[in-house]
Design a protein around this ligand. Structure first.
Ligand SMILES: [Ca+2]
Ligand SMILES: [Ca+2]
Ligand SMILES: [Ca+2]
Length: 332
């Protein structure tokens, strides 16, 4: 007896196969039997992640997933048809997933594989100074801080914390410090600004009385002085200096010059008073002897003379001139 099998089963390919068995005995009796073989694929593909299953990713940086491969026992490489579902949001700190799924040609779904992507923010905000790093502020003038810009990749614009104050009433150097922290607790690099409060305003002198004074020679000249004040220092009259050239012994024009500097070395514009020393006082003549003299006729008359003096010129006796005034003889 012999048995023949007709047909083949390809276990690598799903489908229905039929095997026919024919048997013949020694006397030629034939017998036939058939078997149906159904090759099926009930195994889903297997997904493998490329790269790590847990990732830490910096917020604000674009995310590109490294993908996954898929292999099916029957279909072979299915990497090209793997479906990806990503919830990754780089703009927000959080835990996200990238899920991979695929089915084989027979509708067997792979076990889903997910990658966990933790979006973190380890980047501090960046502080940018607006305006100069050093600012010159005039004393008493209001200081307006130009401020800073604080930008964080995740939080966007942030408000800085500012330490330091400026006292515009006090000349000096001040430092403002700007700091900022993002919502993940990352501290920005501190930024500083130096503010110098300076006094460039000069004091002002105002004269008491007239700028032109007429002074009688030989009199005692008393200057009425001046006042000085500075916006920052206030009253500087006490610190004022005056230089006087006045000489009441000599007729002429003289000056009294006032000057002052403030505590920061700013010098006022000098103020000058002119003092005109004049002589308006007439000389004084003093008779030697009586103002009336009785003199015997025929005797030679010798006048007793006079003394003359002037407040300014002093003794003028030698300069006296006498003028004889007519005859007032009584006759006889
Ligand atoms: Ca399969
Ligand atoms: Ca940040
Ligand atoms: Ca000043």
């Amino acid at each position: 007896m012999s048995v023949k099998t007709i047909g083949d089963v390809n276990q690598n390919k799903t489908g229905s196969y039929t095997l026919i068995f024919n048997a013949v005995d020694a006397v030629g009796n034939k017998s036939t039997e058939t078997r149906s073989v159904k090759v099926v694929d009930t195994m889903g593909p297997v997904i493998r992640l490329k790269h790590k299953a847990f990732l830490t990713h910096e917020a604000g940086v674009s995310y590109k997933d490294s993908g996954a491969s898929a292999v099916d026992v029957v279909d072979g490489d299915l990497s090209g048809v793997v479906e990806v579902l990503s919830t990754v949001d780089i703009s927000k700190v959080g835990s996200y997933s990238v899920t991979y799924s695929v089915s084989d040609a027979n509708g067997n779904a792979a076990i889903e594989v997910a990658r966990v992507v933790n979006v973190v923010d380890t980047t501090p905000p960046v502080i940018t100074l607006l305006g100069g790093a050093t600012i010159q502020n005039e004393a008493l003038a209001e200081f307006i801080d130009p401020g800073v810009n604080v930008v964080d990749l995740v939080d966007g614009n942030l408000d800085p914390t500012i330490t330091g104050t400026i006292d515009v009433n006090t000349v000096g150097t001040y430092v403002l410090k700007y700091n900022a922290k993002d919502s993940s607790g990352n501290s920005a690099v501190e930024v500083q600004r130096t503010v110098t409060v300076g006094d460039t305003g000069i004091p002002v002198i105002s004269i008491n009385g007239d700028v032109l004074v007429v002074q009688e020679a030989k009199g005692t000249y008393v200057d009425r002085g001046a006042k000085a004040s500075d916006a920052l220092d206030g009253n500087l009259t006490g610190a004022m200096k005056s230089v006087s050239t006045v000489n009441t012994d000599v007729v002429g024009d003289y000056s009294v010059t006032y000057s002052v500097s403030d505590s920061n070395g700013n010098t006022a514009v000098k103020v000058v008073r002119t003092v005109k020393v004049v002589d308006t006082t007439v000389p004084e003549i003093t008779l030697r002897g009586s103002s009336t003299v009785t003199h015997e006729a025929k005797d030679p008359y010798v006048d007793g003379g006079v003394k003359a003096s002037d407040t300014l010129d002093g003794d003028l006796t030698k300069s006296v001139t006498s003028v004889e005034h007519g005859e007032h003889g009584c006759g006889g």
